[in-house]
Design a protein around this ligand. Structure first.
Ligand code: GCV
Length: 737
């Protein structure tokens, strides 16, 4: 039976249009129109904040007051604060500490110039040497690392928050406040942490006109109408959020870069963004178009091997560093999806990366060169063609040819941020080249923040995947961080795409993905459970019902989304030529984009085997090849990514493939409905605005899940003609159009 919120929405539709369903109308069509209606009602309301979205730009930095019992744990916290050293980062650390303690514990901190009583002492390890020469952290602090400890200084009990550098001090302050905000004990604290990798960046795909490509949280916090915004308060707030989770760099504009960002007049504007980032230890970087020497510089070429082009990049870098001395570097998307690239001159990607790397080198900058290079005019009729092979084919032969300050930025999977992909084989294919993994925080193919989809468990699966390079343990996290092959630099880039919406990503629960990205980039060994627990307590407080319910919803959400969109590794069967959101399985086929699932009347899946398929599996190290090549060992959840099988194929579970597809879609849609009931248990356990806003989102998602279920189940039935054993299909003959 149709849930009551859907019935209400349907009645509303009838009133609006004078449209009455005749009894002969198929349920699938009716549910589709209802979902559409909910989209029309809820989304504009959400966008304008009328659905009760709290205007809470603090996100997880709410510092809500602790109750009196929890606050007693901190009654011995010193009341004096001594900051050793002076800089804008230390000033922010001081302000953050004072306001965090005031807000959580209701107590002021007294700034003091010297230690003449019990105090919290904040400063770099080097600077603290003057007052506490005997302080030695339990592990050697590396760049950005911090140490929080109790110590006797000048005979007073003190609490020390220190770091290898000022950024480390700031990170230590945030970690200390996080513990208090979550009610964790700080008794006898002695915690030293170093980041897992030096590169922990976010990318924003912001256009200079203020729109954000694949952004679902409102317009850009940086740009409007072709200029940098006058008011950069939200850009500064964003940098604060990033710093609180250890992110140290932000690329401010779309990888489909407008060349104009490199115009001299624009660089002066970008400087203003760098100025608000700097006090939070966030380095600014820019995406650039490879043809800039021609389009901006007026040269007649952008050939990376032409000396005039090299000079142009050098002078441009010098100009930027004059204005932004701590500039991080450039991100480059070339020869991809219509962007200019070195192929125009018969040059390699290494040639293109190196001409830019050499311009940045004297200033300490880096270039991120994206491996997302593929031909989107592939001939779909040729069964040997395979977009998944492109990154490895393009970059593996260039291993060792990139300069030391160039980093090849590789998407987690070989296609494009689908709900389930194997890891990119390129991670194991570069031994003498720096790497960074690109993860997508913005939910382009995973529900666009309208569906709950907590991605940390997916990212964990990628980072922990063992590539078995040379038959030895080599998880992806060790490859991308540079640890496995002793590279000088490496790490993590997350496509965030926050916007001006009060809750940044357009949905309060989606913020767990931004938080989780930062925490994993800092320490990929953290568990998904630990991350969601931290985030929930910081965002919603420590009521056990709230903490447990939200953790359960978040931790199940990716799998539920996968269930009703695209199980068994077929990818999300979204409309790939349109909005990347609605179901549109037929849009994948018979075009050059290469997201093929090859469904026909006999079977489904891409044959990527070495024996009979595209040979993609051959790009992995031998042990991984073995795992995927054989139907016997290939995991069910990636079956259709690697193999073309008949609908009657029996899975490891013992179920036929087609029945699994039906069952998982029905199960997923049911689970999405259960989310509503689960959320309703939290009524009265949080502020009503957030409660209602999130409830409306779950109701919307439940309707969308039905739309997905019926569209995909009907589509696969029409192809296979194998009925659902449980007889559930609604209007199976109805065409998608
Ligand atoms: C910024 C996908 C997205 C594009 C994006 C591209 C990329 O194709 O749909 O919007 O472009 O990836 O990562 O470069």
């Amino acid at each position: 039976m149709m849930p009551s919120h859907l019935r209400k929405a349907e009645r509303y539709l009838s009133r609006l249009s004078g449209f009455q369903h005749s009894s002969g109308f198929g349920a699938a069509y009716r549910l589709f129109t209802v979902s559409l209606l909910i989209l029309l009602i809820i989304l504009p309301a959400c966008a304008s904040g009328q659905a009760g979205t709290p205007r809470d730009t603090d996100a997880w930095l709410r510092y809500a007051p602790l109750d009196s019992e929890a606050a007693t744990n901190y009654k011995r916290l010193p009341e004096n604060l001594v900051v050793v050293g002076r800089s804008s980062i230390l000033e922010n650390a001081q302000r953050e500490l004072a306001s965090g303690i005031q807000r959580t514990l209701g107590r002021p901190l007294r700034a003091s110039a010297a230690v003449n009583g019990s105090a919290i002492i904040v400063g770099t390890l080097h600077d603290l040497g003057s007052i506490a020469p005997s302080l030695h952290p339990p592990v050697e602090l590396q760049a950005d690392g911090y140490w929080i400890t109790a110590a006797r200084i000048r005979n007073f009990e003190c609490l020390i928050i220190t770091g290898a550098d000022e950024r480390g001090v700031l990170y230590g302050v945030f970690q200390f406040l996080s513990k208090i905000a979550r009610g964790e004990s700080i008794q006898g604290m002695n915690e030293a942490q170093n980041p897992y990798a030096p590169i922990r960046w976010v990318n924003q795909w912001d256009n200079l006109d203020g729109r954000i490509e694949r952004g679902y949280g409102g317009p850009s916090v940086f740009f409007a109408d072709g200029k940098v915004r006058e008011d950069l308060k939200r850009a500064s707030d964003y940098a604060r959020l990033l710093a609180s989770i250890g992110i140290n760099g932000c690329t401010i504009n779309n990888v489909n870069a407008a060349p104009g960002i490199l115009q001299s007049s624009f660089i002066g504007q970008v400087k203003r963004i760098a100025d608000v980032f700097r006090p939070w230890g966030v380095q600014l970087s820019m995406s650039v178009d490879l043809s800039s020497p021609k389009l901006v510089g007026g040269l007649d070429t952008f050939d990376p091997l032409d000396p005039r082009v090299a000079t142009w990049w050098r002078e441009k870098a010098d100009e930027i560093y004059t204005q932004i001395p701590d500039f991080g570097g450039f991100v480059v998307k070339a020869d991809s999806e219509g962007r200019s690239g070195p192929s125009a001159y018969g040059r390699t990607h290494a040639d293109a990366a190196n001409v830019i790397a050499r311009a940045l080198k004297p200033h300490g900058g880096v270039v991120f060169y994206r491996a997302f290079v593929y031909n989107h005019h592939l001939d779909w009729r040729n069964l040997k063609n395979d977009r998944a092979k492109a990154a490895y084919d393009n970059f593996h032969p260039l291993d060792g040819a990139f300069d030391d300050n160039a980093i090849v930025q590789i998407k987690n999977g070989p296609i494009d941020f689908q709900v389930r992909e194997p890891v990119s084989p390129l991670f194991a294919g570069l031994r003498r080249t720096n790497e960074a993994i690109e993860l997508q925080i913005t939910q382009e193919y995973t529900g666009q923040q309208k569906h709950l989809c907590f991605l940390v468990p997916m990212w964990k699966g990628v980072l922990d995947f063992d590539m078995r390079v040379d038959g030895r343990s080599s998880p992806v996290k060790e490859l991308v961080s540079g640890r496995a092959f002793h590279r000088p630099i490496g790490g993590f880039a997350g496509v965030a795409n926050v916007g001006l919406d009060a809750n940044w990503l357009g949905s309060p629960l989606a913020m767990a993905n931004l938080y989780g990205f930062g925490r994993l980039a800092w320490n990929p060994d953290l568990s998904s459970e630990a991350i969601v627990d931290e985030w929930t307590r910081l965002t919603f407080g420590s009521d056990p019902l709230v903490v447990n319910t939200i953790a359960d919803l978040q931790l199940r959400s990716w799998h539920v989304y996968e269930n009703y969109t695209g199980p068994l590794g077929a990818g999300t069967l979204t409309n790939i030529t349109g909005n990347h959101y609605d179901p549109g399985p037929e849009s994948s086929e018979e075009n050059g984009w290469g997201q093929w699932h090859r469904a026909d009347h006999q079977g489904i899946g891409m044959d990527r085997t070495i024996a009979t398929g595209t040979g993609f599996i051959g790009q992995y190290p031998p042990e991984v090849q073995k795992l995927y090549e054989s139907l016997g060992s290939c995991p069910d959840n990636l079956l259709l990514f690697f193999h073309h099988v008949p609908y009657t194929h029996v899975l490891h579970s013992g179920k036929s493939l087609i029945q699994h597809v039906y069952d998982s879609h029905y199960e997923g849609a049911d689970q999405a409905h259960e989310f509503i009931a689960q959320w309703k248990r939290l009524d009265g356990h949080m502020d009503p605005d957030r409660y209602r806003d999130i409830l409306a989102r779950f109701e919307f998602q439940a309707g969308e899940a039905i739309k997905w279920r019926d569209t995909i189940c009907n589509w696969i039935y029409r192809l296979s003609r194998v009925p659902d054993q449980k007889g559930r299909l609604a209007a199976p003959e109805l065409s998608l159009n």
